[in-house]
Design a protein around this ligand. Structure first.
Ligand code: GPP
Ligand code: MG
Length: 291
């Protein structure tokens, strides 16, 4: 809680809404093997899904321990490919550039961007536990001078205006109001800076949110936006799309493999597949220029 002095009256302003506190509770408690066992492979902890063709031969492995290890490794490879794909759209960054990772989770995306471009990164998460974990990882890698994580609200980061060459949300936009989010990205990005999101959105052509989309919302305590909302909110906030790509077909092999990974499933796998296959849900990449 902070206190604001507006003229003669003092009003208490909650630093986060009750909803945001519940979302933080979820991520402070989250220890899904599908996130931790994958991350432990190379200390790159992702909180997003995968893209690309899956090597399903890992399922044929007869030795149970080896099968488990190979399936885990293959899912991690696909998630890592997704993170690299997002990073490849951030523009030609240099080691002097600074990037902003909105909803950074346990930190994998910022590490990927730093390893690729040598850039500085500020990651922001509403979960104190995730920020602490991510900072420990950065120290362990010896990159903590350039890669930093903050326990802050991505809508109101307090980071410096115009200081960032690129920014992104990797599957974190569904936790916030898009106008508030894009206003903060537009404030942080310099003119000509690049914003990228990979997100799950519901398909306006389907109508409204399907049963499956609603189940995904309930599972993660989020609120998946329609595809149209992204473009409206970007247009209102100085973000002009330069590349839009439907990654739905590219993410299906990840879910088909994940549903077979009995040591890792969380129970949401078939719902994702149904949502993608019935046309109500799309996995989208949007890259935009900050004008
Ligand atoms: C994956 O995180 C992403 C989210 C929780 C946001 C919802 C995304 C949509 C596209 C709707 P995670 O890696 O922590 O999830 P899981 O534990 O299921 O792997
Ligand atoms: Mg995951």
């Amino acid at each position: 809680m902070t206190t604001s002095h507006t003229g003669t009256t003092s009003v208490s302003i909650p630093t986060q809404t009750t909803y945001q506190a519940r979302v933080a509770d979820y991520w402070n408690a989250e220890e899904n093997p599908v996130n931790l066992e994958l991350g432990q492979i190379d200390d790159l902890y992702h909180h997003h899904y995968g893209i690309g063709e899956a090597d399903r031969s890992v399922l044929e492995e007869q030795d149970p321990d080896l099968r488990r290890e190979r399936v885990t490794g293959e899912l991690h490879r696909l998630e890592h490919a997704q993170a690299e794909y997002l990073a490849s759209h951030l523009g030609g960054l240099t080691p002097d550039d600074r990037v902003f990772d909105a909803g950074c989770g346990r930190g994998g995306g910022s590490v990927v961007a730093h390893l690729r471009y040598g850039c500085h990164s500020d990651g922001v998460t509403i979960s104190a536990k995730q920020a602490g974990f991510a900072n420990e990882q950065a120290v362990k890698r010896g990159i903590d001078a350039k890669v930093r994580y903050h326990h802050r609200n991505m809508l109101d980061t307090g980071l410096a205006s115009g200081a960032y060459a690129a920014s992104w949300n990797n599957e974190s936009t569904m936790y916030v109001e898009l106008d508030l989010l894009f206003a903060e990205h537009a404030r942080l990005l310099r003119r000509g800076g690049r914003y990228v999101t990979i997100t799950g959105c519901y398909n306006d052509s389907y109508g409204q949110a399907s049963r499956e989309v609603s189940l995904i919302n309930a599972h993660y305590i989020c609120d998946i936006h329609p595809r149209s909302a992204y473009f409206r909110a970007m247009a209102r906030n100085r973000l002009v799309p330069v590349h839009v790509e439907d990654l739905t077909a590219a993410t299906i092999p990840y879910w088909e493999l994940r549903r077979e990974a009995e040591h890792l499933v969380t129970g949401i796998e078939d719902t994702f597949l149904d949502a993608y296959r019935n046309g109500s849900f799309q996995y989208l990449l949007i890259a935009a220029d900050r004008v």
